[in-house]
Each structure stands twice: as structure tokens, then as C-alpha cells.
Design a binder for this molecule. Structure first.
Ligand code: SF4
Ligand code: SF4
Length: 399
């Protein structure tokens, strides 16, 4: 369970080595030692676990001013799950009980209600966020385009289920269309369970563990991991949530615990799955240069960051132009960019400079929020999902 009391021992494993300093996007921007993971952990321990220090507005800011990017967790020499401890601290502080948490929880539990999503625009304006900084809803959500079972093209190799994240469903249905296209071309029957809701990551980021558990339960009841080769996601954050957090959000004796663990064993990011299984259908050419913004939430799979490079880099006409610091955060982090706009924009500005310096035609990334946030800052380069480029390469063969 993601409860702070369960991290009493783990939090003391921090050796204060400072490795986490070098990878924290917030520290690298503001150079405040209090924002390095070891200091956040120490404060959480003192204030919320030991009760040896009083809570304060500054303490809450330190807990809040974290992207939950997991860079510190991935580099921690003592394997302290810093992101989970910060989530548990936010839950303890009651962050998710405010207006934003309530709105988000209600919004994300009602997948498919695009009317409700539209109302988010006016609510966000009331929160003081300019409309131009909000991602635009697609005219047709993915679940209005595809549902049910889509048969494999040609000889069937097997069946996969598709977990469609909110980013793909509401903002970038082109990613979902490409996922279905590439999977079915490669002999996979694609099952899209109806009634899927958000994976729950925005809710846990707000410290709303109860809201997240509702979403986890809804999704777990819909998926049957034992009857598919894999459960596919196109989003690295949804993948991390399902792989690493679903089981931890449930009590040990929860009847859904077994299902959560089975699903964790079957979840794959789309390009990672294609790399693992190989392509049975040969793509055509790509004829463009691309660079790769590696999403922060990559640690749940050791090969997820290689897959787009391997799949696309070898296509005729493709030129991979590696970014300086390919794994540097873009500053978006779910809704962080709405709540900490100046900080996010500073983090993003360095990323944009690196992307512009690459002079690549296209930027690829598997995170829809990175895709939106980088696109909003770039003048001429397009940002897209790697599976979209792969689908385009297939269509050069078909045409
Ligand atoms: S999760 Fe990211 S932003 Fe938060 S402390 Fe760790 S490295 Fe810094
Ligand atoms: S890398 Fe891990 S052990 Fe080292 S200071 Fe940071 S949180 Fe503590």
C-alpha cells in the first residue's frame, strides 16, 4: 500500500550520497538543495513520520515542487522509491482533497464523457490558467473511432489487449490509430476492452489514492491478462503505473491483487513489444531525420528506451540525430506544468534548445504530455509518437 507508514524503514535507507542531485530537473533549474531528493526525504521523515518538526507552508511547497519524474528513483544508489514516498506524503498532507484534486478525480473516472472534459477548460480558467496553455481535445476521441476486437491482417500470430490512455483517447487518437495499424499488420488481433478509464497516475500524483484505487479497480475488472499475449500501452507513464503501482495501491488481501500482478507481468509499451516479438511485415522507408526525447517514466522496462531507436533507425531514409542528454525532462509532468508554470517553462527551454540544435525534422516520444508540451514550444519541428512514424513507413509500402 502506498501509505507513508509503510515506508518507515525504506526512507532510512537513504545514504545521503547525493547521486540524486545530478538528475533532478527541479534542482538543476533552481539549485536549491532543499529540492534534492535526499532533503525531501529527510523532511518528510522529520515532519510526517517522526513528528519531530512542525509542518509549514514551505514544507508543503517542497513536497509539491516535484515532477515525480522518477529520475532520482532510477539513479538512487540505495534503491529508495523516492517518487512513491512523495506520493504517500502528498496523500498524508491531503493534497488531493482540494478543488483541483476533486475536479481531476471526477474527470478521469468518467472516461468517454468528452462533455465533462470540455468543461475542464472553463474550470482551469477559474484556476488562473490561460486557455492557450491547455492541450486541445481531438474532434473525435479514439474510443469513438475504434472499439471491440480488430482482427489481425494475414496470418494471426496471437491476441493482445490495448490499454488506451487518456492522452491517446482525448488528445492524440492518431497514436491509437497507428498502434492498431501496426499491430494488426504484424499479425496481432487487438482487443480494446470497453469502459476503460484513466490509468490513475494523475490521481496518485495529486495524492488522491482513493480516487486512483477506484480507477485501478475499474480497469482490472475489464482486462483479462491470462487470455492475451500482452497488454499494450503506447504511453510510458500508463505503463509505469500499471507495472509498478497497481499492486501497491491495493491491500495485500484485495481480491484484485492477483489480477494486478498478472497485468503487471503482461504490460508492454508498443515499440518495446514490437522489438521483442519482431516485425512480421516489412515497413517501407521513412525519409526523414528524427530525434528522440526519452520520457522520464522509462525505468519500468529496461528496453523501452532502445526500442524506438532500433525500430525506426534502421528504416531506409531514416536518420537518427541523438539529442544532447536524450533523457532530460521536458518539465511537463502531467499537470505539473499547469501548477508551476514558470518552473516548467524554464526546464522546457533547455530541452527546446537541444531539440532545435539537433535540426531533426521530427521529435519522437512515447509520452502524450511531453508531445503536447514540446509541440507547444517548438516553432517548426513536429513532435509525434514513434509508432506513428512506423505506421507512416508501412503506408509507403501500401501506396
Ligand atoms: S522525482 Fe524528479 S523532480 Fe522529484 S525529487 Fe526526484 S528527480 Fe527531483
Ligand atoms: S541517491 Fe538515493 S541514497 Fe543517495 S542521497 Fe539520493 S535518495 Fe539518498
Amino acid at each position: 500500500m502506498l501509505k507513508l507508514e509503510n515506508y518507515r524503514e525504506t526512507i532510512n535507507k537513504c545514504a545521503h550520497c547525493g547521486y540524486c542531485q545530478a538528475t533532478c530537473p527541479v534542482y538543476l533549474e533552481d539549485l536549491l538543495e532543499s529540492h534534492v531528493a535526499r532533503n525531501r526525504l529527510n523532511l518528510i521523515n522529520q515532519v510526517l513520520i517522526l513528528g519531530s518538526m512542525p509542518s509549514s507552508q514551505r514544507f508543503k511547497e517542497i513536497v509539491d515542487r516535484c515532477l515525480l519524474c522518477t529520475n532520482c528513483t532510477q539513479t538512487c544508489s540505495s534503491k529508495v522509491p523516492v517518487d512513491e514516498i512523495i506520493i504517500a506524503a502528498r496523500a498524508e498532507i491531503g493534497k488531493g482533497k482540494g478543488l483541483k484534486g476533486f475536479v481531476m478525480s471526477k474527470m478521469l473516472q468518467q472516461r468517454g464523457l468528452t462533455g465533462l472534459m470540455s468543461k475542464a477548460g472553463s474550470l482551469v480558467q477559474k484556476m488562473g490558467v490561460a486557455a492557450k496553455q491547455m492541450p486541445q481535445l481531438a474532434s473525435k476521441s479514439f474510443d469513438q473511432i475504434y472499439s471491440g476486437t480488430i482482427p489481425a491482417q494475414g496470418d494471426q500470430r496471437g491476441r493482445v489487449a490495448y490499454f488506451v490512455g487518456c492522452g491517446t483517447n482525448f488528445l492524440f487518437p492518431d497514436t491509437g490509430i497507428a498502434v492498431v495499424d501496426v499491430l494488426t499488420r504484424n499479425g496481432w488481433e487487438v482487443v480494446i476492452p470497453a469502459g476503460q478509464v484513466c490509468c490513475g497516475i494523475p490521481a496518485i500524483s495529486e495524492g488522491d489514492l482513493a480516487g486512483a484505487r477506484d480507477m485501478v479497480a475499474t480497469n482490472l475488472k475489464l482486462f483479462d491478462p491470462d487470455n492475451v499475449e500482452a497488454v499494450i500501452t503506447d504511453c510510458t507513464s500508463c505503463g509505469m503505473m500499471i507495472k509498478e503501482k497497481y499492486s501497491k495501491l491495493l491491500e495485500a488481501d484485495d481480491p484484485l491483487q492477483e489480477k494486478a500482478q498478472a497485468l503487471a507481468g503482461k504490460i508492454f509499451e508498443i515499440t518495446d513489444f514490437l522489438q521483442l516479438k519482431g516485425l512480421s511485415a516489412a515497413p517501407g522507408s521513412l525519409n526523414q531525420s528524427f530525434t528522440y526525447h526519452v520520457p522520464c517514466h522509462r525505468g519500468w522496462s529496461p528496453t523501452v528506451a532502445d526500442a524506438p531507436r532500433n525500430l525506426l533507425g534502421s528504416l531506409p531514409g531514416a536518420e537518427l540525430r541523438e539529442l544532447e542528454e536524450p533523457e532530460r525532462c521536458c518539465g511537463a509532468a502531467g499537470t505539473f506544468f499547469l501548477q508551476h508554470r514558470d518552473l516548467s517553462e524554464s526546464i522546457r527551454s533547455r530541452r527546446l534548445e537541444q531539440i532545435e540544435a539537433s535540426q531533426a525534422d521530427t521529435v519522437i516520444t512515447q509520452c502524450p504530455v511531453c508531445r503536447f508540451y514540446l509541440s507547444a514550444g517548438l516553432e517548426s519541428q513536429q513532435v509525434t509518437h514513434p509508432v506513428i512514424l512506423l505506421s507512416q513507413a508501412y503506408n509507403t509500402v501500401s501506396s
